[in-house]
Design a protein around this ligand. Sequence first.
Ligand code: NAG
Ligand code: NAG
Ligand code: NAG
Ligand code: NAG
Ligand code: NAG
Ligand code: NAG
Length: 661
Amino acid sequence: MSALITSTYFCLFCILCFSIRIRSDPRYHWCPDTATYSPNSTYRSNLNQTLLSLSSNGTWENGFYTYKVGHGPSDTVYGLFLCRGDVNTDDCQQCVKDAITDVLKRCPKEKRATIWYDYCMLRYSNESILSRLEMSFTLYLSNMENITDEPNRFRQLLGETMNEIASEAVNSNLPGKKFATKIANFTEFERLYTLAQCTPDLTSGDCDICLRNAIPQLRTCCDNKKGGRVIFESCNIRYETYSFFDPTTVLEPQPTPNIPPIQPPAPSPSTTGQGNGGISKQVILAIVVPIAVSLVLFFIGSCFLKRRTRKEPHGAISFVESLQFDLNTIALATNNFSADNKIGEGGFGSVYKGAFLNGREIAVKRLSKSSGQGAKEFKNEVVLIAKLRHRNLVRLLGFCLEGEEKILVYEYVPNKSLDYFLFDAEKRQMLDWSKRYKIIRGIARGLVYLHEDSPVRIIHRDLKASNILLDGNMNPKISDFGMARIFGVDQSQGNTSRIVGTYGYMSPEYAMYGNFSVKSDVFSFGILILEIISGRKNSSFYQSDGAEDLISYAWKLWRDNRPLELMDIKLQNTYVRNEVIRCIQIGLLCVQEDANERPNMASILLTLNSHSATLTLPRQPAFFLRSRTQYLPKVQDSYKPTSAWISFSVNEASISELYPR
Ligand SMILES: *[C@@H]1O[C@H](CO)[C@@H](O)[C@H](O)[C@H]1NC(C)=O
Ligand SMILES: *[C@@H]1O[C@H](CO)[C@@H](O)[C@H](O)[C@H]1NC(C)=O
Ligand SMILES: *[C@@H]1O[C@H](CO)[C@@H](O)[C@H](O)[C@H]1NC(C)=O
Ligand SMILES: *[C@@H]1O[C@H](CO)[C@@H](O)[C@H](O)[C@H]1NC(C)=O
Ligand SMILES: *[C@@H]1O[C@H](CO)[C@@H](O)[C@H](O)[C@H]1NC(C)=O
Ligand SMILES: *[C@@H]1O[C@H](CO)[C@@H](O)[C@H](O)[C@H]1NC(C)=O
């Protein structure tokens, strides 16, 4: 990995060439000269065709378009453009046209090129770029002006706001976009303008990884600055203290003719999700209600019949059959997967709340189509997971497998997830120490069951606050376990082709090499403990005193003998000193860099339950962010991190510094 990092590319920035006459902004381009084509090659003629198609056949409304042409591996060209989410179609079109003329001047023979403007980005390559997470090149742009008043509060506001819009962009309900902006109030007169965008071809999970990687880099490039941008090929973020986007287009997206599909099996990715904008609720209701009513009338009969025949008392229904639901029943229960019923979106698909006719509430996970699993394997894994029963696990009630559809049906857990409470300044107060301690122990019990006591050992691989659901009594229930199996992600210990974890919770060996084991879950559990105690998210940690992330911060306080300072101030009146210190100690032991030094879940549970059990002292844990680039999730085999920095003044006309590395 370090060899890859040191293997740098040439970054070709022709900063001074931009002409002030052109209304468009500074543009930046990147085209490594490791792959080139000759002027009259097939590649060039295919590139000509690609650029022509991008400029003439582009779907300007969505601001995103992809094109591929070519047959052989050596002459295929993949191209795309992305316009900033708030940019109108005319400006988008103009920007892409400028980009096409420009890019050939700046990258006359390179097979791979990316060019960025304020309004748009254009990319092409001889390698497939569609639906691929690409973060190997980073462009940092930083405003030269410093924040003068209350830099710490600014940093905190920036961190929080960025984090919010990252989630919003991931779950965006703007049709065909993964884009969000927010204006936050810094002082009475000063505003903070923020923007986040992914290329919409990414999955929500990849978009999340991309943005969560970008946000902490603002500290690298732009700490204390009045504006900054971190730009990857797959996503970018930006903030300024002046208005640089058009808030009207963002707040009132064009109404679109996208209507929730009538046939149950058709997905409706562009109209689902919560947040601002999108189709108005009335429209959805007006469409959905009549559909729902007719569905009810239509399905009641068949549904009853099926349930009855299935429950026919021969005592001989197999376990598998008892788990199988038909699609009509699920569609009926979820109002035909209506946007109003949607309660979440994860790496594996969307989650809907639903209720059976008998009133039983369920959560329905509709798996995205990319599951590589055949029907038989899918059923086998579901049966296996459905056999797991523990009060700290969300119970899998069954599944539905019809045509393209793969659906999992879970018990419904009423109180949302831990992150909903923990990372919200107001709601966090509802979690006093006894509740948080109960949650920590409950998660530990659930994990001990998965790791040691269940019929088959399950490694969760994506343990995080949003996967801890809370029931009516605030008892934690782990969700999403076994997903890697059900979804058909490679199970062999060692190398995985697809990493399913979440940035900020992944152990170094998992993030870097794809090695997972019970100890990678232990690492994530350690992060969870530190988050529960501090009320802070590891992935978006901003702290004023020089510590770089939650782990380092917790470690420094521990080393300096003031561990309690880690604690969320909201716990001041309710905490039990010994319990908190013990939990911090366990948390730090769990995040040791060497997996062998992390305790296993059974011994952790023992120490949580007994006040006398002795604990080893933690050593300096794995520091995530200090060498962040080394821990970027493995995205592609050919992983070549490079970056360039540019600072600019407020009017963006004078570019003063350039540090290609
Ligand atoms: C792209 O071009 C480079 C250099 O010519 C080559 O090494 C690489 O294999 C090509 N990629 C594909 C997918 O053909
Ligand atoms: C380009 O075409 C010309 C004439 O058609 C030919 O002489 C030349 O060799 C070609 N160049 C390359 C690099 O293929
Ligand atoms: C590509 O287009 C340029 C200008 O539009 C033209 O000069 C060139 O000959 C074209 N190349 C090929 C290989 O078609
Ligand atoms: C644009 O789309 C039309 C219709 O799909 C197609 O006939 C035409 O070839 C496309 N143009 C380019 C340059 O790809
Ligand atoms: C901003 O702060 C840095 C370091 O504190 C200083 O070197 C730089 O000159 C300042 N820039 C401006 C424009 O004041
Ligand atoms: C910011 O301040 C303005 C005017 O003072 C107010 O209208 C607006 O609601 C505030 N926005 C937020 C997010 O607090």
